[in-house]
Design a protein around this ligand. Structure first.
Ligand code: B12
Ligand code: SF4
Length: 596
């Protein structure tokens, strides 16, 4: 691949952040595989570049569009998971509007024959269903050679579904983007490893089985090479992405291989596995390899729900396995799903009671069922009577035995029972608290990784100043609004919120509201208007948090800053009104105070 060839740019957008904390873990592994496979296969006529995670994780929507366009690609390929598909489509639309000749290709688990709302998007030219390496290679080769794209297995080309793509049988062919210098394991001191593909189970809520008819593995020699590389690059954590790690026939041998490759226990391992098969001896081998955490699915204790999801759980064996790992000091994260067909309020309660009584975990994760594209549940949702969100995360909203109110209630019960707030928000980050020596100046901008992450607008200032350019604003953005009379300035405030979100609709937006003088001039009506403007368009986190017992969580967050000194003098009815619509933060300093 040479540098003067047309560019295929690969992009993977992160899980949207819930606040300004830096994003981690968005490793473009799929893109790394696509690039490595193309290189090794001697792809001609293209150069392939991966948009650095540093940019994907910080740039706002328009900045991202600009970053893609300035690289002058001929083709842009996106990795699509449920957490980034809506934003990806928005970016694709903007790219197409700017460069109609640009080819947009989507791949990833959101691309399935039954996910029509994605495939119907006019901005998409091509989409790869299932495993991507060979299909992407064939696609780029065909474009280079001027051949037709019809009939390429796995490649959807705005027509009917393509013939299926046969799986890559030898995973050594894509091992590994790290050892080949495509991805840098030193970056976050973590490495993702996929030592096998395919799962022998067929849980009906899971997309994993993909198109795999069998299980395909990486050789022991390649696993060793990856571990050696991890040692050299100072890796601290290795995430094994294999579905059900312990489905391997020689699991003990595999664990010994991992232990040998980690002689100084430089890195920890984590993986997803089934607790049922784990005995004391296996748990000991897991610890010797330096496994720190495993994720195990319980999902439901109800026989009918287990039958309908195609996943039987032997509770005795489950408990024994979980206990064996806990005894070895391995953290066990147990998953429980709310909203499975067959489950009822009572059966979920039984599950919670069981978990509370037996405590076979160090961490519990309770989440709502996602009716994922490509899954058996999606295909049979009608027959099963499942209603679900039309957009990701496709949370179930109703089953024949559970109403939405039950789902909220059960989540609350789970939270109370275990004292955990599932999917809670991170603590507030008020990067500009106390920096308020600027009353009357209109706008204060703050620079963050080359992007503007916050701006201050004094709504009472005589000279109105516009927001910083949309293409300079970062993915998380704080709009600080201050006024002595929010009621009078409501329209202005609403217009600013609308502008931020019209220009960069996938912003994680924090609106900080700073009333000056008597705070009670900030009314519930003003907060309602700001909330309504924030939710005119919904992004992933809005959908994600909409089925959550804690109201007000989402991609947009209103924060009212009140002087701590006034905490006891404000009347409760007014505070309740505010708290129903916003988070209150008691600030140590009064606003408009310019003394230091
Ligand atoms: C790591 C991981 C995570 C990480 C996130 C990683 C990140 N990027 O930030 C964590 C642990 C945070 C996570 C969380 C969740 N996850 Co997850 N996760 C995975 C996992 C294990 C690995 C993903 C991966 O890197 N795979 C390796 C790559 C190489 O495989 P791939 O993405 O499929 O790519 C191949 C093809 O799709 C294609 N392809 C991909 N991109 C492109 C691009 C182009 C241009 C082309 C041509 C082809 C192509 O080619 C690739 C190579 O063959 C997968 C399961 C799995 N083993 O794949 C689930 C998976 C992605 N997760 C899933 C889910 C449902 C979740 C949760 C919603 C679970 C929950 N209920 O809480 C949460 C969401 C969190 C949130 N806050 O919203 C689903 C996603 C389904 C979907 N439609 O997107 C998956 C598939 C699991 C499943 N069994 O169904 N997850
Ligand atoms: S949930 Fe786990 S065990 Fe079940 S099909 Fe998916 S990867 Fe396999």
């Amino acid at each position: 691949m040479q540098h003067n060839h047309p560019l295929a740019l690969l992009v993977q957008l992160p899980i949207p952040p819930t606040g300004p904390q830096p994003i981690q873990g968005n490793v473009p592994l799929a893109a790394g595989f696509l690039k490595l496979f193309a290189q090794r296969g001697g792809l001609e006529g293209w150069q392939i570049e991966i948009l650095p995670a540093r940019l994907c994780n910080t740039l706002g929507d328009r900045a991202l569009v600009a970053a893609v366009l300035e690289r002058l690609p001929r083709l842009v390929g996106f990795t699509c998971y449920l957490w980034n598909i809506q934003r990806t489509i928005w970016i694709a639309q903007e790219l197409k509007a700017a460069r109609p000749d640009l080819r947009i290709v989507l791949g990833g688990p959101e691309i399935t024959g039954d996910n029509s709302w994605v495939l119907e998007q006019p901005a998409i030219d091509l989409a790869v269903i299932g495993e991507g390496e060979q299909t992407f290679f064939d696609l780029l080769s065909a474009v280079h050679a001027g051949r037709s794209l019809e009939g390429i297995p796995g490649l959807w080309n705005r027509g009917g579904l393509p013939p299926p793509r046969a799986a890559l049988t030898d995973l050594d062919r894509i091992s590994s983007p790290y050892t080949e210098g495509i991805l840098d394991a030193a970056e976050e001191q973590t490495m993702l490893m996929e030592t096998s593909r395919g799962c022998r189970y067929r849980c009906k809520f899971c997309y994993y089985p993909k198109s795999y008819d069998s299980i395909y593995r990486m050789s022991a020699a390649q696993i060793e090479a990856n571990l050696r590389h991890a040692c050299q690059r100072g890796v601290k954590e290795i995430y094994l992405l294999d579905p059900t790690l312990n489905q391997r026939p020689d699991f003990a041998g595999f664990l010994r291989l991992l232990a040998q490759g980690n002689p100084d226990r430089q890195f920890t391992f984590s993986a997803e596995l089934r607790a049922e098969g784990i005995r004391a001896e296996t748990a000991r081998l897991l610890r010797e390899a330096n496994f720190h955490e495993v994720e195990v699915g319980l999902q439901s204790v109800d026989a009918q729900a287990q039958k309908l999801m195609g996943r039987h759980v032997n509770l005795e064996a489950f408990e024994r396995g979980a206990r064996a790992m806990l005894d070895e000091g391995i953290r066990v994260r147990v998953d429980l799903i709310l909203g499975l067909p067959g489950d009822t309020v009572d059966s979920v309660r039984r599950g919670l009671e069981y978990l509370d009584r037996v405590r076979p975990f160090s961490e519990l994760q309770v989440f709502n069922l996602s009716v994922l594209p490509g899954t058996e549940f999606r295909q049979t949702a009608g027959e099963l009577g499942l209603e679900y969100q039309p957009r990701p995360p496709y949370y179930v909203l109703k089953t024949p035995t559970l109403e939405l109110a039950d789902l909220y209630g059960l989540m609350e019960e789970a939270q109370d029972c275990f004292g955990i707030l599932f999917d809670d928000w991170p603590p507030l980050e008020l990067e500009c608290e106390g920096a308020a020596g600027d009353a009357g100046q209109g706008i204060l901008v703050e620079d963050h990784a080359g992007q503007i992450s916050s701006c201050f607008v004094d709504l009472d200032a005589t000279v109105a100043v516009g927001l910083p350019s949309a293409s300079l604003r970062s993915l998380t953005f704080t709009l600080r609004l201050r006024s002595a009379d929010f009621r009078a300035r409501c329209e202005y405030a609403v217009a600013l919120v609308r502008q931020v979100l019209a220009e960069n609709p996938h912003t994680t937006l924090q609106v900080m509201i700073e009333p000056v003088g008597d705070p009670r001039r900030l009314t519930a009506g003003v907060l309602e208007a700001l909330l309504a403007a924030s939710h005119e368009s919904l992004s992933y986190l809005d959908w994600f948090y909409s089925v959550h017992p804690v109201r007000l969580l989402g991609a947009k967050r209103l924060v009212v800053l009140l002087p701590a000194a006034a905490e006891h003098s404000l009347d409760e009815a007014w505070l309740d009104d505010v708290e129903d619509r916003a988070t209150i933060h008691w600030a140590s300093k009064a606003f408009g105070d310019t003394t230091g």
